[in-house]
Design a protein around this ligand. Structure first.
Ligand SMILES: CC(C)(COP(=O)(O)OP(=O)(O)OC[C@H]1O[C@@H](n2cnc3c(N)ncnc32)[C@H](O)[C@@H]1OP(=O)(O)O)[C@@H](O)C(=O)NCCC(=O)NCCS
Length: 167
């Protein structure tokens, strides 16, 4: 018989970020662009949110809600006909919240050139069946970079909570 309690316990022993990371690829079509043929910022933010939510859901095995999106810099435009690759990876978890780093890259199919266009940190909260915050498994940090990201995420969280408290 399938033992749910064992599965719950195993999940709560923690998961490394590599088990929940997500790679998503989109083709920039005419409907995704502005009059200059560049990818619309709003469309990119939507893709970033989706990629981040999939990683957070994979980690928590729950539906998640976005509670904060840190500043999003547009470093380089993605053009019509290019591929946009989104890589989402967990950087930090609290009790019910998770921070995900999403990096967006544009790939020119004619030249093969790939450039980093955007980076964002998004916070999601795992929800139970009643839409209330639910505990998430700990994050097992395996690399030096993951340990550094986790420490930096603690500082970003403190800033976010300060902003939230100010209302
Ligand atoms: C998600 C929601 C149910 C959480 O309810 P809440 O009353 O804020 O719950 P809490 O205060 O217990 O916060 C839950 C967690 O989120 C964190 N959190 C909440 N707002 C945050 C913010 N702005 N930045 C960072 N973390 C935040 C809390 O610190 C807590 O983390 P922890 O459990 O890891 O310590 C509620 O905020 C909500 O419905 N928000 C709207 C979500 C939404 O509509 N998103 C867009 C579509 S998905």
């Amino acid at each position: 018989m399938h033992d749910i309690s064992t599965e719950y316990k195993e999940n709560f022993e923690g998961k490394p970020p590599r088990l929940s990371q997500v790679e998503m690829t989109e083709l920039v079509l005419p409907n995704d662009t502005n009059l200059l043929g560049n990818l619309l910022g709003g469309r990119l933010m939507h893709w970033i949110d989706i990629a981040g939510a999939m990683a957070a859901s994979r980690h928590s095995n729950r539906i998640v809600a976005t509670v904060a999106l840190d500043s999003l810099d547009f470093r380089h435009p993605a053009r019509m006909g290019e591929l946009v690759m989104l890589k989402a990876k967990l950087t930090w978890v609290g009790r019910t919240s998770m921070e995900v780093k999403v990096s967006a890259y544009a790939e020119n199919l004619k030249t093969g050139n790939v450039i980093l266009t955007n980076q964002a940190y998004i916070t999601f909260v795992a929800l139970d069946s009643e839409g209330k915050p639910a505990p998430v498994p700990p994050l097992i940090l395996e690399t030096e970079e993951e340990k550094r990201e986790f420490e930096e995420a603690e500082e970003r969280r403190a800033e976010r909570l300060k902003r939230r408290a100010k209302g």
